[in-house]
Design a protein. Structure first.
Lengths: 117, 139
């Protein structure tokens, strides 16, 4: 059940992240929730162009909109605390990490073996 | 379900299993990629109950990163890290005197929520970098 959900999510997640601007937005929101105007400014885009990207990210379930204060006009975007998406992202990170480490290990072991011959 | 929170990576290295195990443990500091310019060194204390230590410059403060639970030279190494996740490495004899190293990192869902929040934030950054590389390689 969960696996299917992950696979479904993964497709839309990857499509949403295939665009460099949207990857930048995800990185920005990784440190804090931000207003759309601030996101646009930091990404060097017009608010109109940015709103298209934010819509794609929302539809993919990667970000959500929140009104943190009393003023309903103040809306911030944040990464969605979605357990599955986070877990998937994290597993990918761990996997990439170990691939790199094992590659470094094999390189070292083989270089050393050649020297000792 | 437990497999869902695990990753598995393998590689074939052209040395025999005894050498692979020895290099993996004794020379970890020579191959393990820490952050660029990291001043600390890594060291395994051999045997079950031994620690994986990160040692500060000039034999400075030692920090325990993991503890060994299985130590079978030439065959298998398992250690549990500070987040209570488990890394299991098998050294399997392959053709022509090579070794297939299979690494499984398990229990990634056991991380406490406060730690996971930070890791997830960090994870996002890593994910986007990883994805970028992946797309470049596919071109």
């Amino acid at each position: 059940m969960i696996i299917n959900a992950i696979v479904d999510h993964l497709d839309t997640t990857l499509v949403a992240l295939a665009d460099p601007t949207r990857r930048r937005v995800v990185e920005l929101l990784g440190s804090d929730a931000l207003r759309a105007s601030v996101i646009a400014e930091q990404a060097g885009m017009t608010p109109a162009a940015m709103s298209r990207h934010l819509r794609v990210l929302r539809n993919a379930g990667l970000v959500e909109v929140d009104t943190p204060g009393d003023d309903a006009r103040v809306r911030v975007y944040r990464l969605r605390p979605d357990r599955i998406v986070q877990l998937r992202a994290w597993l990918d990170q761990v996997q990439a990490f170990w691939s790199e480490q094992l590659g470094a290990f094999a390189e070292h072991a083989e270089r050393r073996e050649r020297k000792s011959r | 379900m437990s497999d869902l929170a695990a990753v598995r990576v393998s590689i074939t290295v052209k040395v025999d299993p005894d050498t692979a195990f020895a290099v993996f443990t004794e020379e970890i500091d020579q191959w393990y990629r820490q952050g660029l310019g990291s001043p600390t060194t890594l060291r395994f204390e051999p045997g079950v109950g031994g620690r994986l230590l990160e040692v500060g410059p000039d034999n400075g403060p030692e920090e325990e990163r993991a503890r060994v639970t299985v130590w079978e030279p030439g065959q298998r190494l398992v250690f549990v890290d500070w987040r209570d996740t488990e890394v299991d490495i098998r050294f399997e004899a392959a053709a022509e005197g090579a070794t297939r190293v299979v690494l499984e990192h398990r229990g990634l869902d056991r991380v406490p929520p406060d730690v996971a929040v930070n890791l997830a934030k960090y994870g996002w950054r890593r994910l986007t970098q990883w994805f970028e590389r992946h797309m470049e390689e596919r071109r």
